[in-house]
Design a protein around this ligand. Sequence first.
Ligand SMILES: O=C(O)CCC(=O)C(=O)O
Ligand SMILES: [Fe+2]
Length: 203
Amino acid sequence: MNLFREPVENPENLLSDGSIVKYYGALMSLDDADYYFKCLLNNIDWKHDEAIILGKHLITKRKVALYADRAFTYTYSNITKQALPWTKELLAIKAIVEARLGETFNTCLLNLYHDGSEGMAWHSDGERDLQKHGVIASVSLGAERKFSFKNKITSDTVSLLLEHGSLLIMAGTTQDCWQHRLPPTTKVHEPRVNLTFRNIVSE
Ligand SMILES: O=C(O)CCC(=O)C(=O)O
Ligand SMILES: [Fe+2]
């Protein structure tokens, strides 16, 4: 356990030229992070993610869930997902994030990685309905994992560790100019939950 976990008051931009990634460190106390981690493991409607890619129906080991202000449907990778109404704990975490950032969010996509064998490949969060250049706020709970960004033109990479109870934001042109991934690792044997708060603007 990292004994030096602290909030970062004015985090620096880890990228440049209009692409913004900032790591805010600890968003909450260790006790709160432990509490929310347990709640989310038990109380979220976790489902394996599905995609239809090149006509093949793929099912991930990682589990996902989608919560939002409205019960809208959301289509990505040719599969339609139904957003569920907020739970008490998700609303509480959302309020902490909104207070820290001075931004509001209407949607949360959650990922559950059971251990280091599960990750997420290089991608950008460029879904059609996502607010263009809006802030995406990423909260990490559970196992500490490496997170990386790769510039789409230069292939420059920037990596950092996402700690238990921490907050990271992506904004500006980050999704246009960079991809990000959660690399798999043989070193991690514990689960991790990630929440990305977003704004969906369709309809
Ligand atoms: O698990 C993470 O930290 C990142 C998840 C992610 O990139 C996504 O849900 O789009
Ligand atoms: Fe992403």
